[in-house]
Design a protein around this ligand. Sequence first.
Ligand code: FMN
Length: 433
Amino acid sequence: MRSNYWQSWYGITTFGESHGKAVGVVLDDVIPGIRFPLTAIQDAVNRRKSAGKPGATSRHEADTVEVLSGVFEGKTTGTPICLLVQNTDAHPRDYQSLEEIFRPGHGDFSWFSKFKIFDHRGGGRASGRETLARVAAASLADSFLGAVSFHFATLRIGSYASSYQDAYTPNPLHWPDADTLPDVLQYLEELQSQGNSVGGIIQCVISGVPAGLGDPVFEKLEANLAKAVLSIGSIKGIEFGDGFALGALHGSQANDQMDDGGFLSNHNGGILGGISTGEKIVFRCVIKPTPSIGIPQRTANRQGDAVSIQINGRHDTCIIPRIIPVIEAMCKLVLADAIAHQRLISGESATLAQLRESIDKIDEDILMALYRRMQISAHIGALKAATGAPIFDGTREEMLFASLHEKARLLNLSPTTVEAIWHAILWESKAHQ
Ligand SMILES: Cc1cc2nc3c(=O)[nH]c(=O)nc-3n(C[C@H](O)[C@H](O)[C@H](O)COP(=O)(O)O)c2cc1C
């Protein structure tokens, strides 16, 4: 499972830990000869930084993006691009006393349960610092996105709910309500002095997305955006359009009716049947309160003893101002991917190089699927050996080939060729059992 790799029209592998040497990203499928937007990348990374943001951590990193490879004289060379950002303001000693202790609300316990080893310094790779690499990578997508633009508004922070005002002045919290902004800022300061934290709800409106993006059934635009957004630490939920409120409506209220001018409403948030409608894409996501708090809490250590914990490191009181550039970055990656795919299937500007790139990606997917199949085959082999069941099951194979023949015919593929491929796969699987 390549879970640090984002499979897209350019492959992205992010790496690094919060208190390790550096965080970064390798982009391995970028088309050669395009201007490399280093200034735009640095600007995007700077927007994610903590400095000057209300309720943000006092860890101040320079976050200077270094280009290690793949760029020559300002242009991409078609070879892997490695972007690196050094961690210069890490204080691993802040975490020394926490080495054996699972921090509540963090991934410490679950990661340790999985890997049996855990870089406890600032949460290691589970840290929000990992998201820097995603922001850097997404800047490369800008050239694909044309007129697509993002508008964020914070709808809730703890007990404060915002309401839109015309006189909205941009602020790092994206709080759209000038009247209550000072109260919210004071609320954050109070929480910070109490060592406590708070969550919130962010609304994202994406304009300029053309109709026709997204691919049923497993690459639906809604599903891909949801996965991208939920892959960001501390985001616990997402809803599109009227979202959960749809559960209280009738069809007559919820349907987006049309006339000769187009849609008359947008209850579905700009996506229907997994494909963009050309209306604004609207979603809201919920950010949980920052888990590291300076208030004593009950937890357990690696030995299973009950212990008390109080976290004194540098933390965001509210993650919202830091997370908005990350949400934008993830959406950009998904949309650019969908646009690239749409161009390919519509034949629009599909060059031989782009078509070959798609074929190469499919071949790679097939190889990975084969690898996973072999792993599962090995488990089946071990189970059969343990229970004394025979390795060869003729009836199951017969059923498999009958079903493959049927599916091959439906897909207009040659059943004989498909059968030959599966014979080879089964042969390889048996070798792993
Ligand atoms: C940009 C960003 C900044 C974050 N800053 C902090 C922080 O300062 N302190 C903290 O405890 N968690 C912070 N988090 C949240 C943790 O990374 C996250 O809650 C933790 O890894 C557990 O993951 P989960 O909340 O998705 O279950 C941040 C997350 C992001 C995306």
